[in-house]
Design a protein around this ligand. Sequence first.
Ligand code: HEC
Ligand code: HEC
Length: 389
Amino acid sequence: MFKLDRKFMTVGVTAIALSSTLLFGASSNAPGLYPSKMGAVDGGVIYPRANGQYTAYKYNTQSTKGVNHGRVPTANELKAWDMDIMPDGTGLPEGEGSVEDGDELYEAQCAACHGEFGAGGSGYPTLTGGSQERDTDGVIKTLKSQRLEPGMDAPKRTIGTYWPKASTLIWYIRDAMPYAHPKSLTNNEIYALTAYILANNNIEIDGVEMDDEYVLNREKFLKIKMPNEDGFYPNIDGPNGVENVRKFFSDRAKNIGSGTRCMSNCKDPGMTGKEAKVMRIGYEITDVVPPYSMAKDLPPEKEGNVVTKAEKMYNDSCKLCHKTAQMGAPAVGDVDAWRKVTEKGADKVLFNAIEGMGGMPPKGGNEDLTNTQIKSIVDFMIESSQTKH
Ligand code: HEC
Ligand code: HEC
């Protein structure tokens, strides 16, 4: 195995799907190799192996004796990962995308995990929301507000309330999402998705609200000011930010206490200045709502929509991968995809669901399910994927 496993793991799903195609005889390539016309996985290099076949990974020519299992990354491999997008615009690509296009992309590639409109709900990070508290202008309050207004309801920690710079967002989307196949989005797509997520966080750019038609590009992106940008610095009065901070910390006796390490009575009430062992934090933020939605529950079913046992088990153990085709699974409801699956014959399909196949773990990864339960779920999946009459 390679030391550069982070990358390897992220392409793992694709690689497994690829090798399963190979096993099923679609091509005679050996697993792990692909024809030269496919681009390099990570924007790095592809290496010739044999017979016109290439691999994205350089062969390890170093000894693998002892613990020396990895190899030194090549300069190109390092370069492929050394691609920050900085707040000052360094690394920010040219491109553009509208909120509307982002909406469509989001539905197709992100909603399965991050929920409709970024609302979370399946145990993945919530991308929108934030504090529901609004100030008199109707602007959603942020963590900063809580620091300045102790006792206020804790805000929900998410992008709009917490992230100080939008560059982190566009960079994160470009380099890490969608989870199963990162770096697969074009520059226009990352602008569209960023626009969509910012719009759903009620971010305004240069005083302009981001409606559906809003087109985000490099120039407008650089004008974004996130609501909590200033919420990460000590609130020290005065106009010269950094200078004030230096001055504040230089007056240790008055502002920081004695700086003595302590395990008890560190915040003895009544002590100030030199007597205090450590600086007291003026306002402690408590009960911040975690950015991950902990509820694994799915949205409540509509009335009259009776959920069968099989559907419930499907929701709990299979839906994450089978709701869309994005993880390489036949999406439930996709008539063509399931026609192809069932052509193999019911027994073979059930066998594959129990034993696993390609990117599909045995029993969908839930070993507690009995074979009979798996059968009822597979029947449900097949029934839900037939042409409606
Ligand atoms: C298969 C599930 C999955 C899909 C699909 C997916 N994500 Fe994610 N996303 C995750 C996980 C898991 C994390 C947290 C990763 C971590 O913390 O290491 C995450 C984190 C994020 C974050 C950072 C959130 C935070 O507060 O830290 C953003 C932004 C994001 N995803 C955007 C997207 C976008 C945009 C798409 C669609 C192009 C997408 N995701 C598709 C699973 C997914
Ligand atoms: C981690 C993701 C994942 C989970 C969870 C998952 N599947 Fe799958 N499933 C896949 C993938 C990927 C494929 C396509 C495999 C292939 O074609 O190589 C697949 C294929 C299948 C197939 C078609 C098999 C065939 O012969 O073509 C069935 C049936 C199936 N899954 C049933 C289930 C059931 C039942 C569950 C829940 C108990 C489940 N899956 C959970 C990823 C998943």
